[in-house]
Design a protein around this ligand. Structure first.
Ligand code: LRH
Ligand code: MN
Ligand code: MN
Length: 390
């Protein structure tokens, strides 16, 4: 059997695009404490500058996701121009209907129609932002849910959710999409209104082709087989995006690939296997992590590189050998094929790829040497929070 050639893998890796989140560059923490770091951005433009650094050193992070209202500006067209002049573009627009006192009992699923209208109005405003920035995707995550049995009518909340989603869906332009993200628990602890991929999938199916599921890798119960979800959604044409991060316990938002690099590889193997790596599949690779204790930009660089490494390994899987072993029912040989790819040290290949593209083979070391970190500490006084504690 012909092993996969390094050149073929490098050619495919050269087309990868991993989006970083604007909120990763601001101060962050947990509900116990937000830690202030020196040199963090004071404005949306400075978040874009930092995201541009991640792209400059990795070559595979050409866009930054916005979070509204954390990244509210007067003129989003101008912001898009600013991003272009910094060498990147604005990506997914994340809505936020979870930080207003009105949303104590929910946003789009709130029993009060006035509050539902307010939440939907925000989501529609976010579609205006898509129009202005030229971005394709609106990401929806709802903190809606209940804490106590009997608190509200679970079924009625699904109806309200469906109605709100349909209103937003109708407003989408031809080339725009909505990504519905799910989360098992938190901030609600008895029911979440979109707790899992099945709920998200069912709503997206009802809505139509412009609605797809977003898989945040930290939003599942421990032990959940995420690669199965990926395979299923890809087969159904409903995988829209990833929010990559690492978790040891729940929604930990740690650096991608830090907790379980093997799981990351298994997920990317299913992405490649299911055609999700082809640009035409429309699967957006995004990071969703807020670094609490590590420096922001190096943390993003590390995460981007970890996604790239796992992708390289997934692209190295000898698919013919795998299919052969599967056909003949050779369980051990089939497993060997996957493990061979996983155990391959792809770092020299990635270093080569970067050098071929005029980049430093070691993005983290190059960033550290660049002096950017010292410059922003000197220039930026009183940086902003990511938004969680705001
Ligand atoms: C919710 C979430 C969602 C938000 C982001 C800040 O836990 O994953 O994607 O928009 O965090
Ligand atoms: Mn997320
Ligand atoms: Mn999350």
């Amino acid at each position: 059997m012909e092993p996969v050639s390094a050149d073929a893998v490098k050619a495919r890796l050269a087309t990868q695009a991993i989006e970083t989140p604007s909120w990763a560059y601001g101060n962050s923490g947990t509900r116990f404490k937000v830690f202030a770091q020196q040199g963090v951005p004071r404005t949306v433009e400075e978040k874009i500058d930092d995201a541009a650094q991640v792209h400059a050193f990795t070559g595979v992070a050409p866009s930054v996701a916005l979070h509204i209202p954390w990244d509210t500006v007067e003129d989003y067209g101008k912001l898009a121009d600013y991003a272009a002049s910094a060498g990147i573009r604005l990506g997914t627009v994340n809505s936020n209907v979870f930080q207003d006192d009105d949303y104590r009992l929910g946003s789009v699923t709130n029993p009060d129609p006035r509050i539902r209208r307010k939440a939907v109005a925000h989501l529609l405003d976010c579609v205006d932002v898509l129009d202005a920035t030229g971005s394709r995707d609106l990401k929806l995550w709802f903190s809606d849910g209940t804490n106590y049995p009997g608190q509200d009518d679970i079924r009625a909340r699904q109806d309200r959710l469906a109605e709100a989603l349909a209103t937003v869906y109708t407003r989408l332009g031809d080339d725009q999409r909505m990504l519905l993200e799910y989360k098992l628990f938190e901030p609600a602890f008895y029911t979440m209104d979109v707790p899992d991929w099945g709920t998200s999938y069912a709503h997206c199916l009802e809505l139509g082709p412009k609605a797809r599921v977003c898989v945040d890798t930290g939003h599942h119960a421990p032990g959940t087989n995420i690669e199965f979800i990926v395979a299923f959604l890809l087969r159904a044409g409903k995988l829209g995006a990833f929010d990559f991060n690492s978790r040891f316990y729940a929604d930990d938002d740690l650096m991608v690939g830090a907790a379980d690099p093997f799981q990351l590889f298994r997920i990317l193997h299913e992405v490649v296997r299911g055609g999700g790596y082809e640009p035409s599949a429309g699967v957006a690779f995004m990071l969703d992590q807020c670094h609490n204790i590590e420096p922001k930009i190096p943390g993003q660089i590390r995460s981007v590189c970890n996604v790239q490494e796992a992708t390289a390994k997934a692209l190295l899987v000898d698919t013919a050998a795998l299919a052969g072993a599967q056909r003949s029912g050779d369980v051990i040989a089939a497993n060997d094929v996957l493990m061979d790819a996983y155990h391959t040290d792809v770092r020299p290949m990635l270093a080569e790829l970067r050098a071929e593209r005029g980049l430093d083979p070691d993005p983290l070391a190059a960033y550290r040497r660049s002096g950017y970190a010292e410059r922003i500490v000197a220039e930026r006084i009183g940086g902003s929070q990511a938004g969680w504690g705001a």
